[in-house]
Design a protein around this ligand. Structure first.
Ligand SMILES: Cc1cc2nc3c(=O)[nH]c(=O)nc-3n(C[C@H](O)[C@H](O)[C@H](O)COP(=O)(O)O)c2cc1C
Length: 356
């Protein structure tokens, strides 16, 4: 393992994590569904967006801060909800939450966290959001949300792109998924009254969800409810109409429907559909500060990182997550400075051209 000071970008943390943790854990973090087409496309699509920077702007005072649902943070870069952080490091989400606090940003905690939400809430030194997988048992869902809000979570992000458990073939070959499905999901789902699986599909307990879930959540959540997993302008319209407080454009990091587009390529249409009525955030393949700047230019309010913090966590624990966040923050600051955009308000669509 190289010393942490020798790692100069997020890709170096990927390589270090791969060296450090067991192969099945690394594959679980880094893999995608089926052919991993969408996983690759999330990265490749940034190559079709280029900058049109402005010169001779005073960029001597850079400001990356942004306020999201009442929380002011020091960069428009958040930690996306990802499950099972203990697979990367024994300190799991407790370390990730402390690192987010140290970097003065927000961590979204997954429903499938390794540590209970109350414990993560106690460890956290900054704001937390809660990601929700809503099952067929409405009481159990309400209970999860109330516990998370009680633990201090400032928003609920309802994930809507995962009605069934996908074929992540690296995990299937590593025999990781079979145990996971049988133990955690299948049993849970059946207990909660999900119908039995058909066509050889494993049960996924959000398969019953429709837009009415937003009415339920808005009725009791007491915090803003965002929808995570939107990929079309039509669904963005519906999210606004049905009372979502925000949208997270996401294809789940290429982990569910293989063949989904890259998130950055659908972002313009979704920004237009949301028409400034609610904030639009995005995740999927963000590995460079310049990637983040492209999304901000198209109109995203902030970006979330899925795998990079896990690579940092796997390689170096809390310190690794902090370093990954710092690297991205520094790269974004540099890109803004070089593009003649000293703060987020100065970033607009004239900064980019998107090749067709
Ligand atoms: C290991 C792993 C676990 C994930 N678990 C969840 C989850 O529990 N809930 C969820 O909404 N999204 C989950 N995601 C998706 C992320 O929130 C995010 O959408 C995606 O990772 C962003 O892409 P990136 O990894 O390329 O940054 C997971 C992603 C990874 C890599």
């Amino acid at each position: 393992m190289p010393p942490i000071e020798d790692l100069v970008n997020v890709f170096d943390f990927d390589a270090a994590c791969k060296q450090k943790i067991p192969k099945d854990a690394y594959d679980y973090i880094s893999g995608g569904a089926e052919d991993e087409f969408t996983l690759r496309r999330n990265r490749e699509a940034f190559g079709r967006v280029t900058f049109r920077p402005n010169m001779l702007v005073d960029v001597s005072r850079l400001d990356l801060s942004v306020t999201l649902f009442g929380q002011r943070i020091e960069m428009p870069i958040l930690i996306a909800p990802t499950g099972a952080h203990r697979r990367a490091h024994a300190d799991g989400e407790l370390a990730t939450a402390r690192a987010a606090g140290a970097a003065k940003t927000i961590m979204a905690v997954s429903t499938s966290s390794s540590y209970p939400i109350d414990q993560i809430g106690k460890a956290a030194t900054g704001p937390l959001w809660f990601q929700l997988y809503a099952g067929p048992d409405a009481d159990a869902t309400r209970d999860k949300v109330e516990r998370a809000v009680g633990a201090g979570c400032k928003t609920v992000c309802l994930t809507v792109d995962a009605p069934y458990f996908p074929h992540r073939e690296r995990d299937i070959r590593n025999r990781m998924v079979r145990a996971e499905i049988q133990n955690e999901m299948g049993a849970n789902a059946r207990r909660r009254g999900a119908p039995p699986p058909r066509y050889g599909l494993p049960v996924r307990y959000t398969a019953q969800l429709t837009w009415s879930i937003l009415d339920d959540l808005n009725g009791y959540a007491k915090v803003p409810v965002l929808i995570k997993g939107i990929l079309t302008p039509g669904d963005a319209h519906r999210a606004v109409e049905r009372g979502a407080a925000g949208i997270i454009v996401s294809n789940h990091g290429g982990r569910y429907l293989d063949g989904d587009p890259a998130t950055i390529e659908v972002l313009p249409g979704i920004i237009d559909a949301a028409a400034g009525k609610i904030p639009v955030l995005i995740d999927g393949g963000f590995r460079r500060g310049a990637d983040v700047l492209k999304a901000l230019a198209i109109g995203a309010k902030a970006v979330l990182l899925g795998r990079p913090p896990l690579w940092g966590l796997g390689a170096f624990g809390q310190q690794g997550v902090e370093r990954v966040l710092q690297l991205l923050q520094t790269e974004l600051a540099l890109a803004m400075g070089l593009a003649g955009r000293p703060n987020l308000a100065s970033i607009d669509r004239s900064l980019v051209v998107i090749d067709r």
